[in-house]
Design a binder for this molecule. Structure first.
Ligand code: 13P
Ligand code: 13P
Ligand code: MG
Ligand code: MG
Length: 382
């Protein structure tokens, strides 16, 4: 076994170019400039998906390290200054606090971190999405780690045959529960099938207890108490030798699923797997995009990336996404294209409700009044 390395993927939207569609190259340059001066890192890679900047950092300081989080925060603050100068859209959007306070969680940016003891060969995939939310990973993670129709390794690889353990978070009540696959899958699906509330946070190898996957589960609108954009999540997955093979990790995205997000974070739409050059959601600010970058870790060095969805094998998935997008768009402001009322709480819905409060006539009260009047009439007549 090799040395212990932490991979931290920290992301934020600190200004869109143009609108919410992309990141200006000057911001990426700034981020690279700040990170390249840091003695804390073994390696880093800066990229973007849609309007979100993703910092992929490797180091030996473990998860939730204050110095690493501070470095990411300072990077986003520096990028925000550039965004303000260029008057980019929503400059500083995801930085909810005025100053850093020890841990970047809860301050706006999304975080996924895993500490691994590097194997002889350590292939990892970093998934990054725009115009959606953390629960978007539930479906593909389930397929990768619990569905033998996706991952044949669960059946034929003795190192995977016992399955995996899923840590699921209740994002509303801030609770967690562990499910063992395959034995608990029916119970687990009751929850992870509701991805707006329950999100898979981590997956562990059942035999070894080693980390297999981790996602960001920050919910920006819950933290801010108002709509400030969706959470545009990230996810790190280990591959091969006891974990799903690279192709098994990518396979769920060949069958696009519907996720919440898209225009104004308030619509359901297909998650389109794309290469980096197509990671610019434009149609109705979407449809939501996912990028997969593959790296080989080599003593903490990020050898890569390989832009894994930049592959004609995913053309059919993209075409299907466009067909689904056409269909969903026809529905306009109607559910299920527009999200369910519960998900609209942090938009104009409460405001409209308040405005129209006095125009709603209480029919139960009306009926009761009528019944009473009728009773009194009968009494007077008898
Ligand atoms: P591993 O045991 O190396 O994961 O082999 C599986 C494989 O590579 C199938 O594509
Ligand atoms: P982001 O969450 O990616 O900033 O998008 C916000 C939005 O309103 C898109 O229409
Ligand atoms: Mg944005
Ligand atoms: Mg975004």
């Amino acid at each position: 076994m090799g040395r212990k390395v932490t991979v931290s993927v920290i992301k934020a939207d600190v200004g869109g170019y143009v609108g919410h569609s992309s990141v200006h190259p000057e911001l990426l340059e700034k981020a690279r400039g700040v990170l390249s001066g840091s003695p804390l890192l073994i390696d880093f890679h800066v990229t973007h998906v849609g309007d979100d900047i993703n910092l992929i950092l490797t180091h030996e300081l473990g998860r939730n390290n204050g110095e690493i989080h501070q470095l990411a925060w300072d990077t986003f603050v520096a990028c925000t200054e550039v965004a303000k100068k260029l008057k980019l859209y929503g400059a500083g959007q995801d930085l909810l606090a005025d100053a850093f306070s020890g841990n970047i969680k809860g301050l706006g940016p999304g975080v996924a971190e895993m500490e691994v003891e590097e194997r002889e060969s350590e292939p990892i995939v970093i998934f990054m999405a725009d115009k959606t939310e953390p629960g978007a990973w539930n479906y593909p993670l389930y397929k990768m780690f619990a569905d033998p129709f996706n991952t044949i390794g669960l059946v034929i690889d003795p190192k995977m045959h016992n399955g995996f353990v899923f840590e699921v978070r209740d994002l509303i009540e801030d609770k967690k529960i562990m499910f063992h696959a395959p034995e608990d899958i029916y119970d687990m699906l009751v929850f992870i099938g509701a991805p707006g509330r329950y999100a898979i946070k981590r997956i562990f190898h059942k035999d070894t207890g080693q980390i297999a996957a981790v996602s960001s589960t920050q919910r920006l609108n819950l933290m801010a108490g108002r709509y400030v954009g969706k959470d545009d999540p990230v996810c790190i997955v280990r591959c091969q030798s006891g974990y799903p093979a690279l192709g098994e990790v990518l396979e769920p995205f060949a069958h696009p699923h519907l996720v919440s997000g898209w225009m104004r974070g308030s619509h359901s739409g297909p998650l389109m797997p794309v290469g980096l050059r197509q990671a610019t959601p434009t149609r109705f600010d979407g449809p939501p995009r996912v990028v997969a970058l593959g790296f080989q870790l080599a003593n903490g060095r990020l050898v890569g990336p390989q832009d894994l969805f930049d592959d004609p094998a995913f053309d059919r998935a993209r075409n299907l996404c466009n067909l689904i997008a056409d269909y969903m768009r026809h529905l306009g402001p109607f559910e299920p294209h527009r999200l369910h009322l519960d998900e609209m709480e942090y938009t104009t819905m409460p405001m409209v409700m308040k405005k129209l409060k006095d125009r709603f006539i209480d029919l139960r009260m009306l009926k009761a009044q009528k019944a009473k009047a009728e009773q009194e009439k009968q009494k007077a007549e008898s």
